[in-house]
Design a protein around this ligand. Structure first.
Ligand SMILES: Cc1ncc(COP(=O)(O)O)c(C=O)c1O
Length: 334
């Protein structure tokens, strides 16, 4: 029932309870957080498995860090002294949701950063503490760049650069185009080899460019449209990925980490060993599986036994079977 006094129609209202920005990639959202929350010189508690980019970004701002452990399903295990830190950094690995695993009682000024790089929309917990959450669209979609940042405190938007297509993103899209042509199988023999080399070198050059970007650039113009398109097709994509995950889990039940997620990015395999040998063998079969977090001094070396399998809609059950068959055969032989 509605009251006759309730207004109907007119322009939609909006409650500005949240702050948001669209930056070039995850590391730039982190950089905007560092500026917005004035984290320079502070102490951050980091998880034992992470990408080196996070550490470089923090070090750049003279931020020191401690390390906390992870449980069997990668949930955080907070040390007793967590409140001695000024910031806690929570990674929502592969789209899992650990917001309810945040410490029950926290000092009010403890800053919480949620690294939600694998989620289509970064998720914020309901907290009175200052809280920031960001994703990285290039990790989960065809976009070359783009990161959504949401916060319950104002962001320093005056340092956000203009959107442009120069440098990194232009390089990435150019080489994605070459890869597309290569995969369309119209090129063969030496031409195909040369083309493959070209886009692989192009990708790695673009990645190096990213390391030299100063400031906080916005998402590129090209990616703005592609982001809307990705969001418009999200439900279909979500379902497709879930089916791929279930198939792989059925085929490799002992290796695939059980995950309860809304949106699957990658399946995580926990290997009994010989990851690099397995990767090399798979590459000879033209199966290229990513390693998200290479070993880093001081951090947990268990991450070196992880391998990720893409589940997105480029692939279907047949691809999952092919990957599973090769992995099973590899471990049967060794
Ligand atoms: C967990 C995590 N956070 C942040 C980043 C940084 O994201 P980007 O490479 O999009 O800047 C990465 C990867 O590089 C990552 O794996």
């Amino acid at each position: 029932m509605t009251s006759d006094l309730e207004q109907i129609g007119g322009e939609m209202a909006f409650s500005p309870q949240r702050f948001q920005a669209l930056t070039l990639s995850g590391r730039f959202s982190l950089r905007l957080i560092i500026h917005s929350a004035a984290l320079q010189g502070k102490k951050v508690l980091l998880p034992e498995c992470l990408c080196q980019v996070i550490v470089s970004e923090l070090t750049r701002y003279n931020i020191s860090f401690g390390i906390y452990s992870l449980g069997d399903t990668l949930e955080p295990i907070w040390p007793e002294n967590f409140a001695q830190y000024e910031v806690i950094y929570l990674i929502q690995y592969f789209g899992m949701d650990f917001r309810s695993s945040l410490p029950e009682t926290m000092p009010r000024d403890l800053i919480v950063i949620i690294d939600d790089v694998f989620s289509p929309l970064p998720r914020l917990p309901v907290l009175i503490n200052p809280c920031y959450s960001f994703n990285s669209l290039r990790k989960i979609s065809p976009l070359a760049d783009g990161s959504i940042l949401v916060a319950n405190r104002p962001l320093m938007l005056d340092i956000l650069g203009q959107a442009n297509d120069g440098g990194f993103s232009a390089q990435k899209y150019l080489n994605k185009g070459i890869k597309h042509e290569f995969l369309s199988e119209t090129v063969t023999g030496d031409n195909a080899l040369a083309m493959e080399r070209r886009f692989l070198e192009g990708f790695s050059k673009a990645e190096q460019l990213l390391d030299y970007i100063e400031g906080v650039p916005s998402i590129s113009l090209e990616s703005q449209y592609l982001a809307l398109e990705f969001m418009a097709n999200l439900e279909q994509e979500r379902l497709h990925r879930k089916l791929n995950y279930l198939r792989l889990q059925q085929l490799l039940p002992e290796l695939v980490l059980p995950m309860d997620v809304d949106f699957f990015s990658f399946a995580l395999l926990r290997l009994p060993g010989q990851r690099d040998e397995l990767r090399q063998m798979l590459a000879t079969e033209r199966i290229f599986l990513p390693v998200h977090w290479p070993e880093q001094p001081g951090f947990n070396s268990d991450c070196t036994l992880w391998l990720s399998v893409p589940l997105d809609s480029r692939y279907h059950g047949g691809h999952m079977s092919r990957i599973a068959d090769k992995i099973t055969a590899f471990y049967q032989v060794i």
